[in-house]
Design a protein around this ligand. Structure first.
Ligand code: PRP
Ligand code: ZN
Length: 298
């Protein structure tokens, strides 16, 4: 009997594509991907990767056409609201947040506009591709604005006098700046998430999902963690523990030939900044090394 293959939908083009592929590769999924691939078969696991438009990923998972999906929360929630309002299926399981594709959905107005607060948008026109998320926000805030739907290039609307404001994704803020727009309010913070279909899956598929999720968690945890090694006076150990964040149990080893010096090895679950290293140096640490961690399983 042929093994059933698990399907994972990811973005074909756009800002989540590279990071999604990197994450799958870090999880040990080997597959050959070309620029025009629509489907890639993993060589070492019963997994097929489907390359689709990001706004199709939520529906594919909700309809059970695909088992898993990696998608931005922005596209996911917008689609869920639209499906719900059309009476279509809008159910999925959110498995985990993935820590990349971080952006926000914000309302922005022209630089020269006097609008500062959301209440001032009453009766004005807002252009967006995220009509459902925006409408939901406006209802919550009791604002009656006219929502104008544009599929893309939303930033152009104020220039063409089609709208007084826009509601669009902001990541670095460069697009807003280039179009002389200023952000007045963030309505939603987004990042890439892993979602699963609610369709009943075979035991085989459930097992692969379980294995994948453990690896995803390991990769995400490893990305955030660092391995730190240094020499220090034995008497400074207590102070060192208070300087380093996210430490559980450092490994303390004797340093050959020096009774009062030790070697400390530890994993920190948080980012290590120069300030932290300078703090360590101040209490006597030396030969400090901070290394990235490739894989982690606790
Ligand atoms: C998004 C968004 C903005 C831009 C913001 O568009 O619609 O235009 O990114 O990013 P920034 O703050 O880093 O400049 P995207 O590139 O995803 O393309 P799209 O509008 O065609 O979907
Ligand atoms: Zn855009």
């Amino acid at each position: 009997m042929q093994t059933e293959r698990l399907t994972i939908a990811i973005q074909k083009k756009g800002r989540l594509n590279d990071d999604s592929l990197d994450l799958l590769a870090c999880c040990g999924i080997k597959c050959h991907v070309t620029k025009n691939s629509l489907i890639a078969r993993a060589e070492n696991m019963p997994i097929d990767i489907l390359f689709v438009r990001d706004d199709d990923i939520p529906t594919m998972v909700m309809d059970g056409v695909c088992d898993l999906g990696i998608v931005g929360e922005n596209a996911l929630l917008e689609k869920a609201l639209s499906q719900k309002s059309n009476g279509a299926s809008s159910q999925y399981d959110l498995i985990m947040k993935l820590g990349f594709g971080i952006c926000r959905l914000s309302i922005a107005v022209p630089e020269e506009s006097h609008i500062e607060k959301i209440a001032e948008l009453d009766n004005l026109r807002i252009a967006t591709s995220y009509t459902y998320l925006l409408q939901q926000y406006l209802i919550e805030k009791s604002i009656k604005a006219h929502v104008l739907e544009l599929a893309g290039s939303v930033e152009i609307a104020p220039k063409l006098a089609m709208a007084d404001a826009i509601c669009d994704l902001v990541s670095t803020g460069r697009t807003l700046e280039e179009n002389n727009l200023k952000e007045i309010i963030t309505i939603f913070n987004s990042q890439a998430v892993l979602i699963q279909s609610q369709v009943d899956l075979s035991e085989e598929k459930k097992e692969i999902i379980e294995l994948l999720c453990r690896r995803f968690e390991g990769v995400i945890q490893a990305q955030e963690s660092k391995y730190i090694m240094f020499h220090a006076p034995r008497s400074a150990l207590e102070k060192i523990k208070s300087i380093l964040p996210g430490i559980e149990m450092p490994t303390v080893l004797p340093l050959g030939g020096c009774d009062d010096q030790v070697v400390v090895h530890l994993v920190s679950a948080e980012a290590i900044f120069w300030k932290t290293l300078e703090g360590l140096k101040q209490v006597g640490a030396s030969s400090i090394l901070v290394l990235p961690i490739e894989k982690m399983m606790c």
